[in-house]
Design a protein around this ligand. Structure first.
Ligand SMILES: Cc1cc2nc3c(=O)[nH]c(=O)nc-3n(C[C@H](O)[C@H](O)[C@H](O)COP(=O)(O)OP(=O)(O)OC[C@H]3O[C@@H](n4cnc5c(N)ncnc54)[C@H](O)[C@@H]3O)c2cc1C
Length: 388
């Protein structure tokens, strides 16, 4: 059995694929998220914006194409396969804050922010985690106090991916310290973060030696009260809608498929003994990747039926992230010593992307809700087991 989308989606796939092949052929390679790569990603997103391809599934009034979930999946799959670059517009903008605004924002907020996402103009980052609040996010302590028409924010966020590139931040802040912890949180947007007085970003360098995320410090940062999304002290529920959207990507599986194809190609040209050593393991991973694809389609089906994926998305998150670690680990050993070469190094096999992907895959079982937390979700919401 080979499940396929309908003719409309497959025609779209051909169009998206040829656009990506021609647009990405001159992309800068080397260090991921370098300044050069970032500038390229900005131009790329602007091109997508002109076509309505940044958020195709959104309604036309907000700059989308009103595309179906299946059409959106075609985009995501092709973007994942071709490793389409992003600035934070598609990941955080379309994947996270956009859907939240569509559901919880007022008309003014939707009109203000959504078109700036679909044009590629705004680059968003997520201010959720704090030094003492990660998995137990509701323990967050960053405080926002209402002062006339503004909120005054004090505290600290951490692990803010792409914060140094972003101009916009959505964050969770504590507005009622006396309420039970889930009920005293609000969801705020901070505009123009680079020019916010009292907001300071400090770089955190990841294990791949890249400046990926940041610490963010707030000292009397003033935000207009109109930037509150939903009701004051109800932000936890606003934020949780957002997490449910974050867990439904199919692009990851397509990216893994591309890596496996590259490795297969490489193995084909290897000596007999190397082929014998690695081929059954490679076959296992290809089978596992196919399973991941169908798990992803299941999420699409749930969304296309008008439901929000719940524990099913946790299944996908665990599966994709753990499979990714296995694939890149395998790739490193199959390529031998040179598998460890970085993209900056000459003669790095497969452009040095194996070592890069290997290191990027390590935190994938931590972010977007760690895999232990996802297993708790499956146990309680999926299997109906009692908490604790
Ligand atoms: C690459 C990367 C990018 C990130 N980007 C962002 C970002 O842009 N914005 C943002 O806000 N945050 C971001 N994060 C933070 C991420 O959301 C947190 O790291 C994550 O929620 C885990 O929190 P923690 O690191 O505080 O670990 P902790 O919550 O302290 O967990 C430590 C360990 O204990 C386990 N654990 C905790 N509670 C339980 C439990 N109840 N049951 C079983 N096991 C448990 C965890 O699974 C983990 O293994 C990013 C993280 C990474 C790694």
């Amino acid at each position: 059995m080979d499940m396929q989308f309908g003719p409309k989606e497959e025609t779209l796939r051909t169009e998206v694929r040829s656009f990506l092949q021609s647009t990405l052929k001159d992309r800068p390679d080397g260090e991921s998220r370098s300044d050069e790569e970032f500038e390229f990603a900005k131009g790329f997103n602007a091109e997508l914006g002109k076509r309505g391809w940044i958020a195709p599934a959104w309604p036309k009034e907000y700059g989308g194409l009103g595309a179906s979930i299946y059409e959106q999946m075609v985009f995501n799959e092709e973007f994942g396969y071709y490793n389409a670059p992003d600035t934070g517009t598609r990941g955080f903008g379309v994947g996270m804050i956009g859907p939240t605004l569509i559901i919880h924002g007022n008309e003014e907020q939707k009109k203000r922010y959504l078109p700036r996402i679909t044009s590629g103009e705004d680059i968003w980052c997520q201010g959720y985690s704090e030094p003492g609040a990660g998995s137990d996010l509701a323990s967050l302590q960053t405080r926002a106090v209402r002062d006339g028409d503004e909120y005054v924010i004090n505290g600290q966020k951490i692990w803010t991916s792409g914060g140094h590139r972003a101009n916009q931040m959505f964050c969770l802040v504590r507005t009622d310290p006396d309420a039970p912890k889930h009920r005293g949180i609000s969801f705020l947007l901070i505009d123009d973060i680079k020019n916010q007085q009292g907001l300071q970003l400090r770089p955190l360098i990841n294990m791949a030696n890249r400046h990926h995320f940041n610490e963010v410090f707030f000292e009397d940062v003033r935000v207009p009260a109109q930037n509150l999304i939903g009701e004051e002290n109800r932000g936890w529920y606003v934020g949780m809608t957002l997490l449910d959207f974050e867990r439904s990507g199919i692009g990851t599986t397509a990216a893994q498929k591309h890596t496996l194809e590259n490795l297969t190609e490489r193995l084909r040209g290897s000596s007999d003994d190397v082929r014998k050593k690695y081929r059954t393991k490679l076959a296992d991973l290809a089978v596992a990747n196919g399973v991941g694809r169908y798990l992803g389609y299941r999420i699409g089906y749930i969304q296309a039926s008008g439901r929000v994926p719940n524990y099913e998305a946790s299944v996908v998150k665990i599966y994709q992230s753990e499979l990714g670690q296995k694939i890149y680990n395998f790739g490193i050993s199959m390529l031998g010593l040179a598998g460890q070469y970085r993209p900056e190094q000459e003669n790095a096999p497969l452009g040095g992307m194996m070592s890069e992907q290997y290191m990027l895959a390590v935190p994938s079982t931590i972010y977007s809700g760690s895999n232990e937390i996802q297993r708790n979700v499956i146990a309680t919401r999926g299997l109906g087991l009692p908490r604790g």
